[in-house]
Design a protein around this ligand. Structure first.
Ligand SMILES: *Cc1c(COP(=O)(O)O)cnc(C)c1O
Length: 366
């Protein structure tokens, strides 16, 4: 007898499709029979692990038979002192993706509305669907968030608004003034996730003071990750900062050992490795300029980005170019799944990786 498992699943699951990750290098090389390919598809840090994080992982190895610290005291203390918040304003997650899901598990129910922008992080739409809630997708303005329209889209049914700044996959950026104006308009019983996965790449004087805003906006949740500028994507660790009572509600639902010992140790050490972070940010700025100059010289359209990636708009179906780049051993990210079928998102790599990518693009577009 066969079972229709989908019919057994919760409302919304039937409409979901598994997240499409960037291709692992090994898989692609096997498929195409090539080697030495470069992966510029998942916005990872091309510098590899910070030396301090690596040493911390080695120090933590002997304790792996033990459960991790369920409260992540060491990492939370380091974050609290770095950002001037209290430990009880922090929650740690298995990547910030887990924390986004945790906010949904805790606060978003069937039939409620979640407001987010067209062309933004796909996880908000997936989580909305998985919880049987209704997505209110607000049309983008210049490929980024239209905050006036988002504020206007909030109704009595709205539980949560999700904003990504800088945005993924477009790299567009909202200024502090734009964001502050928006925050002031949102009713206090509507929660706001401000996803700052790429904030470390933004120049400090342009960065919005989101953590200071927490005092004024108790419905604000700031989300950050160690997966991008801190170079720990494979370990899965992210954090949220919010009002202590909001955090305490999240902690009721959170799995007790959601962050593993290696991730906790590595993130604490990475946070302290300012040389690594500044090298990553400098490399990114420098190499971003290389892409922009190349695209400008070739008359190619792209979206100005504040992240560690740049989105090229080919103004025609991007899949043939994506496939041709793959055959050159360059893996980038098609973003048709985000509603941008003419675009390819390229993560900024090391100098020689970017050079490979630009040479491949030149060849493929000729
Ligand atoms: C990469 C990314 C994240 C980070 O996800 P993790 O689960 O922390 O690896 C979160 N939000 C956005 C918008 C991202 O692009």
């Amino acid at each position: 007898m066969s079972i229709n498992y989908l019919a057994l699943a919760n409302a919304g699951v039937e409409m979901l499709h598994p997240y499409q990750p960037g291709k692992p290098v090994e898989e692609l090389e096997r498929e195409l029979g090539i080697s030495n390919s470069v992966k510029l598809a998942s916005n990872e840090n091309p510098l590899g692990l910070s030396p301090k994080a690596k040493a911390a992982i080695e120090r933590a190895l002997p304790e792996l038979a033990r459960y991790p610290d369920a409260n992540g005291f060491g990492l939370k203390s380091a974050l609290a002192s770095k950002f001037g918040v209290n430990i009880d304003q922090l929650v740690l997650g298995n990547g910030s993706n887990e924390l986004i899901d945790l906010v949904f598990h805790t606060f978003v129910g069937a039939g409620q509305q979640v407001v987010f922008s067209q062309y933004t992080f796909i996880v908000y739409g997936m989580a909305t669907q998985a919880h049987g809630a209704n997505a209110v997708v607000v049309p983008a303005k210049d490929l980024g968030h239209d905050l006036d329209a988002m504020a206007a889209a909030i109704t009595d049914q709205t539980k949560l608004v999700c904003i990504t700044n800088p945005n993924n996959p477009t790299g567009t950026f909202l200024t502090k003034t734009e964001l502050a104006t928006f925050l002031a308009k949102v009713p206090k019983d509507v929660l706001i996730i401000l996803d700052e996965a790429y904030t470390e790449y933004v120049a400090e004087d342009e960065r919005h003071p989101s953590i200071e805003w927490l005092a004024q906006y108790p419905n604000l949740i700031v989300s950050r990750t160690f997966s991008k500028a801190y170079g720990l994507a494979g370990l899965r660790v992210g954090y949220m900062v919010a009002h202590p009572e909001l955090i305490s509600v999240l902690n009721r639902v959170r799995e007790p050992f959601n962050c593993n010992s290696l991730a906790l140790a590595a993130a604490e050490a990475a946070l302290d490795d300012e040389a690594y972070l500044s090298e990553a940010v400098t490399l990114n700025r420098h190499e971003m300029a290389r892409y922009e100059a190349f695209f400008d010289s070739q008359g190619l359209r792209y979206i100005k980005s504040r992240g560690n990636f740049i989105t090229l708009d080919l103004q025609r179906n991007a899949m043939p170019v994506y496939d041709a780049l793959l055959r050159e051993g360059v893996i980038v990210r098609p973003i048709a799944g985000y509603g941008l079928p003419n675009c390819l998102r390229i993560s900024i790599g090391l100098e020689h990786e970017n050079q490979r990518c630009l040479e491949a693009l030149t060849k493929v577009l000729a």
